[in-house]
Design a protein. Structure first.
Length: 75
């Protein structure tokens, strides 16, 4: 696979990002809603995000808040 592929499963509210087409051999829970998928060599091949809409919303809010704080902080 040349480019990562992302798929959103609306009914389940899950985002899956495939970095390669390799078969998943193992996975590691990064946080309660994020799982890293690994190949036989232990290399990252994909990421699964549960409760995706809340995850994206929080990520955007944190990013915007950080930018606002950076703009308004004394220099």
């Amino acid at each position: 696979m040349n480019h990562p592929k992302m798929k959103y499963f609306e009914k389940e509210n899950v985002i899956h990002i495939a970095i390669t087409d390799e078969r998943e051999a193992n996975s590691i829970e990064i946080s309660p809603d994020i799982t890293a998928e690994l190949n036989e060599a232990g290399e990252l091949i994909g990421i699964e995000i549960l409760n995706a809409s809340a995850f994206i919303q929080n990520l955007l809010l944190e990013s915007v808040q950080a930018k606002i704080l950076n703009l308004t902080s004394p220099r």
